[in-house]
Design a protein around this ligand. Structure first.
Ligand SMILES: [Cu+2]
Length: 191
C-alpha cells in the first residue's frame, strides 16, 4: 500500500517537472541568435560558460521574471533558471554588455495541446552530434531547415537519441521531437 502511494507521488512529481531544458552556450561574442529563444511555461534554460572570462546571467528590469547568476568564472560553470511566467525577459552579462538575449515564455496551450514531453538536448550550437535525452520514449525526430524543408527524419523507440549533423550546412534548424502523446519543436544552431 505504501509502495503504491509512493509510486503515485513520484508520478505526480515527474508530471510537474516533465519539461524541456534548453542549453545556451555563454561566451564572449555569442550571437544573439543563439541566446534568444521562445520556450514554454515550465521549461528550464541552462547557460553553460564556454570561455575562461568571468560572466553573469542577469535579467534586465521590466522583464517577466528576474534572475541573476552572480559572477562565475570558468568553463565548468553553469546557471539554470526555470521559467514559470508568460512573457519576455531580456538578460545580459553584467561584465560584457554585448552578451545579451531574450527569453520569451509561451503558455503550453499557445503552442498546442498536450505538449508535455520531458527532455534535454545538447550541445547547442552543435558541431557534429546533437544528443537528446528524455524521460519519455522518443518515437520520431524530424529536422527542418528554416524554409520548412525536411532535412532528416528518424524513427526511434528509445529515450536517448543522437542526431548526426556533421554533414549539415551551418545555420539554424528546427527539430521536432515526438513522443507517444506529445511533440515539441526546438531550435538548434549548426556551426
Ligand atoms: Cu561576460
Amino acid at each position: 500500500m505504501k509502495a503504491k502511494l509512493l509510486l503515485v507521488l513520484l508520478l505526480a512529481a515527474t508530471g510537474l517537472s516533465a519539461q524541456t531544458t534548453h542549453t545556451i552556450s555563454w561566451f564572449m561574442g555569442v550571437p544573439s541568435s543563439q541566446t534568444t529563444m521562445t520556450i514554454e511555461v515550465g521549461d528550464t534554460v541552462k547557460w553553460t560558460w564556454d570561455d575562461t572570462a568571468p560572466h553573469t546571467v542577469t535579467s534586465q528590469a521590466g522583464g517577466a521574471e528576474s534572475f541573476n547568476s552572480g559572477t562565475l568564472t570558468g568553463n565548468d560553470k553553469e546557471f539554470s533558471h526555470t521559467f514559470t511566467v508568460e512573457g519576455s525577459t531580456s538578460y545580459r552579462c553584467n561584465i560584457h554588455a554585448s552578451m545579451q538575449g531574450t527569453i520569451t515564455v509561451q503558455s503550453v496551450a499557445a503552442v498546442g495541446d498536450n505538449k508535455v514531453i520531458d527532455f534535454q538536448y545538447y550541445p547547442n550550437p552543435v558541431t557534429d552530434v546533437l544528443t537528446i535525452t528524455s524521460g519519455n520514449i522518443i518515437n520520431k525526430v524530424t529536422v527542418y531547415d528554416m524554409t520548412g524543408r525536411v532535412i532528416m527524419t528518424s524513427t526511434a523507440d528509445t529515450p536517448n537519441v543522437k542526431i548526426y549533423m556533421d554533414s549539415f550546412v551551418a545555420g539554424t534548424y528546427i527539430v521536432t521531437v515526438n513522443s507517444e502523446k506529445a511533440s515539441k519543436n526546438i531550435t538548434v544552431v549548426k556551426k
